[in-house]
Design a binder for this molecule. Structure first.
Ligand SMILES: [Zn+2]
Ligand SMILES: [Zn+2]
Length: 738
């Protein structure tokens, strides 16, 4: 028996060594209760068992083992280690993200500490066969007991305790007689088996792709499936899922958004039944914990559908990973540690299991495409649309020319308004896309140029007309819209630029009879509100749906024949090396929502910069040309996939200390990394919630060891964190930032 255990705490800490203290049959992956600090008892995970006493001091004993078996398998523990190492965070932070909250309770004292106990439901069960004669006999002396027995018999021999009206006394008496017994069971959360459909039939093109993937899998682990919108990628995934299940393997199917998993799970359950389980952060803590524990108990052969956090579930025999919409930036967790990318981490998990992976997208990321060029991934394309679908026609509309000719009304070019009128006339539906919510991104005094900023963040306040407020989108600070300019007193404050709220207002002015709906962060405040808007539009109870990025993802409306992209310029003007790629992806994804029947779909893209090369590529739909031009640019300027980036963000309320600290760190890093260090630079938004920010960026070329680089960076950060003068500066590392 090992004497010591290295344990992981759910804190931003590394591992600690404890004495196993006579706890028997301890295994790696076990959850244990430990005293940490004076007033805290935590749930911890046993990461390693060994006999090496700690170098300093003595080891405290573990308090108790919590569950009768480990709550992680070896592969999950290895994944945690990899995430902590690769994404430069502590393994405690990984634990915090990976385990549902109820599994890891903590308390002030050991006495108060209560491990998670699943809710149980009490049942009554017959102990023996009871003949009609016996029953008759019982009913003469104890009619209530006989009635209860009859009730249990009628229910098939087992009855949930809460379903009978028999009193506790009657039940106890019947139990005492040895006729029935009480047992406890965890409520089964698995829904009724609704397996009603066969695997979908594949078209000729899909069959061909299916075979290509199978062939690629004979030599490679990962396939990038590049399939145009509505080419039927899901049907292909389903065939590979069926094969994995037939081999007794688990499947992990990731989608970028929770709303997409909801639709997906319905389709998968229809074919694969209740082995399909959905998991994401919007489930209740109780439900998340239940899914986790069931996953641990279940045999292999499960399909887990979820967003990035689903990859932490304790699967036993992962055989297939599917990452749909692999290009989507929501796979990356950016706001808190671990700042991991769900797609890349899922690929690592697959490799820990020796599983196969399919990455799917209509607009693959340039990085994944580059991986196909270097033969790291196999590349399979599906260009044919499913059924009779066609590509919508793309019209690039020049806002400057339109304004000069006097053909621009409010924020709409004639090319767009004419088509909107036509569609409304024909009783068809329209989608309008603007990637900004609110009424206008800022207001300005026409007399003196005054523009209100957030006091805690260095950003302008966004105008929200409905709520008559100017609001900060970073910290939610809000003020009323001033009627006169506080600087010059003029009555000249005007909204500048436009967001979805303003688009809706203008549409109502231009087309007063059109019924409009808006889908953005202000209206889709919950999953329910989101579904309501979508359903209303799908029922054609509205003619025009105006929305932000949310409408770009996965929605299909049969009656939408026109899509307007109101301002493509603010997609292209982002100060980021991925701006063109992102703009292209968004434009293609939004266009993909258009009806694909009968060649009637049209997409109007309004831009002041119609010479931008992206529009030529967009009209022709030439992905390879786009990817090639992006790759050439990135090679020239040393961007991923030719380098790897570590971005260090330094935050402090004190700008001088922050500047000094950043300079010191940059200098130290330059001694090691030389010209690979950029900065400190001021980020686009250099103050959020009262904290000033500076950034240092490291670009490590592919030929150098990235793991060594991370280690050296971590050492330098540690040095800075140790110095008392910079105590109040926060340092945050983001590896492969998006
Ligand atoms: Zn003014
Ligand atoms: Zn703010």
């Amino acid at each position: 028996m090992a004497q010591y255990a290295d344990i992981i705490l759910p804190l931003a800490q590394g591992t600690y060594t404890y004495a196993t203290g006579g706890i028997e049959s301890l295994e790696e992956g076990d959850a244990v209760a430990v005293q940490f600090g004076k007033n805290s008892v935590y749930t911890a995970i046993v990461a390693r068992l060994h006999d090496e006493p700690p170098k300093r001091g003595s080891a405290k004993p573990l308090l108790a083992k919590l569950y009768h078996r480990p709550i992680l398998h070896r592969q999950q523990l290895d994944l945690w280690r990899w995430i902590a190492d690769y994404y430069m965070c502590t393994i405690g932070e990984v634990m915090r993200a990976a385990l549902p909250s109820l599994i890891k309770p903590h308390a002030a004292t050991h006495e108060e500490f209560e491990p998670y106990r699943p809710k149980v439901v009490r049942h009554l069960r017959l102990c023996c066969e009871i003949s009609a004669e016996q029953l008759e006999h019982i009913s003469q002396r104890a009619p209530r007991q006989a009635a209860l027995i009859e009730e249990v018999m009628a229910a098939g021999g087992t009855l949930e305790r809460s379903l009978t009206e028999a009193s506790a006394a009657t039940i106890n008496a019947t139990v005492k007689r040895g006729l029935i017994e009480i047992f406890e069971q965890e409520p089964s959360s698995s829904v009724d088996d609704v397996k009603v459909e066969l695997l979908p039939q594949l078209s000729k093109a899909q069959l061909c792709v299916n075979e290509q993937i199978a062939e690629a899998f004979s030599t490679q682990k990962t396939v990038l499936l590049h399939g145009v919108t509505s080419s039927g990628k899901t049907e292909i995934y389903m065939h590979h899922i069926a094969e994995a299940l037939s081999r007794g393997e688990d499947v992990l199917y990731l989608a970028p958004e929770i709303s997409l998993t909801t639709q997906l799970v319905v389709r998968l359950r229809a074919v694969f039944g209740n082995r399909t389980v959905v998991y994401h952060s919007k489930l209740s803590p109780e439900r998340r914990t239940q899914v986790y524990m069931e996953c641990l108990r279940a045999d292999a052969g499960q399909i887990i559908v979820g967003v990035r956090s689903a990859l932490f579930l304790p699967l036993k025999r992962l055989g297939l990973v599917i990452v749909d919409e692999e290009h989507d930036a929501s796979y990356k967790q950016s706001d808190t540690a671990p700042r991991y990318n769900g797609r890349d981490t899922a690929l690592m998990l697959a490799s820990l299991f020796g599983a196969k992976s399919i990455l799917g997208s209509a607009t693959p990321s340039v990085e994944s495409y580059a991986n196909t060029l270097s033969k790291k991934f196999a590349y399979v394309t599906l260009n044919e649309r499913y059924g009779a679908a066609t590509t919508p026609q793309i019209i690039i509309s020049d806002t400057i020319r339109s304004a000069k000719r006097g053909e621009r009304r409010l924020h709409f070019n004639k090319e767009l308004t004419d088509r909107i009128a036509e569609r409304l006339e024909r009783n068809e539906q329209i989608l309008l896309f603007q990637n900004r919510r609110g009424y206008s991104p800022y207001v300005e005094c026409k007399e003196c140029g005054w523009s209100p900023h957030c006091p805690s963040c260095n950003v302008t306040l966004t105008m929200h007309r409905q709520s008559n407020a100017l609001r900060c989108h970073y910290c939610s600070h809000a003020i009323n819209i001033p009627t006169v300019c506080p600087q010059c007193g003029a009555n000249a404050i005007a909204p500048m630029g436009f967001g979805t709220e303003r688009v809706e207002e203008e549409i109502c002015r231009l087309f007063p009879t059109a019924r409009t709906l808006r889908l953005d962060g202000d209206t889709a405040t919950s999953d329910k509100a989101y579904r309501e808007i979508i359903d209303t539009f799908a029922r054609h109870d509205a003619d025009i749906l105006i929305g932000t990025q949310i409408i770009a993802k996965g929605l299909d409306f049969a009656n939408v024949t026109l899509i307007g992209i109101l301002n493509a310029d603010n997609l292209l003007k982002m100060p980021d090396f991925r701006a063109s790629e992102r703009a292209w992806q968004t434009l293609i994804q939004v266009s993909g929502r258009c009806c694909r029947r009968d060649d009637i779909g049209e997409v109007v893209v309004q831009s002041a910069d119609i010479q931008h090369p992206i529009f030529e590529i967009l009209s022709e739909g030439d992905y390879t040309a786009m990817a090639a031009s992006q790759l050439a640019e990135r090679q020239l300027f040393n961007y991923p996939p030719y380098t790897r980036i570590i971005r260090i963000t330094l935050q402090s309320e004190q700008p001088t200390t922050l500047a000094e600290c950043s300079m010191a760190l940059a200098q130290n890093l330059r001694r090691i990394f030389d010209s690979r260090v950029l900065g400190p630079v001021t980020p686009l938004i250099d103050k959020i919630r009262g904290e000033h920010r500076l950034e240092i960026v490291l670009k490590i070329e592919n030929a150098s060891s990235f793991s060594k680089a991370r280690k050296l960076v971590a050492e330098q950060i540690c040095e800075i964190e140790k110095s008392s003068q910079f105590r109040k500066v926060k340092l945050i590392c983001d590896v492969d930032p998006l």
